[in-house]
Design a protein. Structure first.
Length: 363
């Protein structure tokens, strides 16, 4: 014997049968519970001669009469042109929300045996009649036989497409041992798209703000914020360029480094500036190049450090060269303008000077 309510108990004949083609009497809209499966529907093939507009409005009929004992009576009864039917998801086993049918749509009505239990399902594609809709599909992610799969239990993957709420939402679960839970949401009302997990990693696009941001759970992020680029590396930042790097800065370029700076080049290094170039170091400064090294400034070069060492040639074409602390030249130096030294001057090689001013320097 079968325990199904849709099957008879004697010869296993289905008790669920076609009842009538129906016409929806009331809209199933956003004011209803989105999980509501019940509608008001007129069985058109049963009530063939019913006239007037089909609605779910309740009408009260009143009757008066006289009983056998001569006493008069009045009775009332509420009637409608529709019956209540529950959505029967034929061929849509993973869909958990009923279609948002509208008044006037054609549906198929089923009845359970000789009862007043009715079911309905869509009969045609009435996209022209439809307005706002919410559709949710759910897929079980629960491996245990002892637990019920549902959105509330967070053990399903579900997809929600809602023009009521103006969003598309995809959610996964960790019920089957997945290491992370993922959420993808497109919010067309706020013009945002977000991908996030349960470890605080996320990516977002905010169209109104012209903002794109990629952030991880450690707080490291890269952000395109309108005309600006912002980023923060909580740890180290490493990059590799196999060929050329070309960077143009039309405004100011400011770098603040709390630790050491090391620059190594196998070719030439050229620095060109239209204004002053200032290099300040609390320790020693050293520039090493296997090729040539050129520093050019029409206005002047100022080096302020306890010790300054040059391995190679130092050549000053124009402007001034100033420094404080010790300066060591391993090679040749040539200055076409004035040289003013206060302190010790040690020269190994040749030095060409137009004018030399020396204060307390032994010769």
């Amino acid at each position: 014997m079968s325990d199904s309510p849709y099957l008879g108990n004697s010869i296993n004949v289905s008790l669920l049968k076609d009842f009538s083609i129906g016409e929806v009497g009331a809209n199933k809209d956003e004011d209803d519970d989105i999980f509501s499966l019940t509608i008001e529907v007129k069985p058109s093939e049963v009530l063939k001669f019913l006239n007037g507009e089909i609605t779910d409005n309740v009408q009260t009929l009143q009757a008066q009469g006289t009983q056998l004992d001569g006493e008069e009576y009045t009775s009332t009864v509420d009637v409608t042109k529709t019956i209540k039917a529950t959505w029967l998801s034929l061929g849509n086993s993973n869909r958990i929300t009923a279609p948002n049918v509208r008044r006037g749509e054609k549906v198929m009505i089923y009845v359970l045996g000789d009862t007043n239990t009715y079911f309905w399902d869509t009969l045609e594609n009435h996209i022209k009649l439809r307005r706002l809709e919410t559709v949710i599909y759910a897929f079980s992610g629960e491996p245990s036989l002892n637990k019920e799969a549902s959105i509330e239990n967070k053990n399903v993957y579900f997809l929600q497409i809602s023009t009521h709420m103006k969003n598309i939402l995809l959610q996964t679960s960790k019920a089957n041992g997945e290491p992370h839970e993922w959420t993808l949401e497109l919010d067309t009302d706020k013009s945002t798209f977000t991908i996030t997990d349960d470890d605080e990693n996320y990516f977002t696009i905010q169209s109104k703000q012209r903002l794109l941001e990629l952030r991880n759970g450690d707080g490291t992020f890269f952000r395109l914020n309108g005309p600006n680029i912002e980023y923060h590396a909580v740890g180290n930042m490493t990059g590799l360029v196999d060929k050329n790097k070309d960077l143009t800065v039309k405004g100011n370029d400011t770098s603040s480094i709390d630790g050491n700076t090391s620059i190594s080049t196998q070719g030439n290094t050229s620095v060109s500036t239209q204004g002053n170039t200032n290099i300040s170091s609390n320790g020693s400064s050293r520039v090493h190049s296997n090729g040539g090294n050129s520093v050019t400034s029409p206005s002047g070069i100022s080096l302020d450090a306890p010790g300054i060492g040059f391995m190679g040639s130092v050549y000053s074409r124009s402007g001034s060269y100033g420094g404080s602390g010790e300066m060591e030249l391993q090679g040749s130096a040539r200055f076409l303008n004035n040289v003013s030294i206060t302190g010790t001057l040690d020269v190994t090689g040749h030095t060409h000077l137009t004018t030399l001013s020396v204060d307390n320097i032994p010769w």
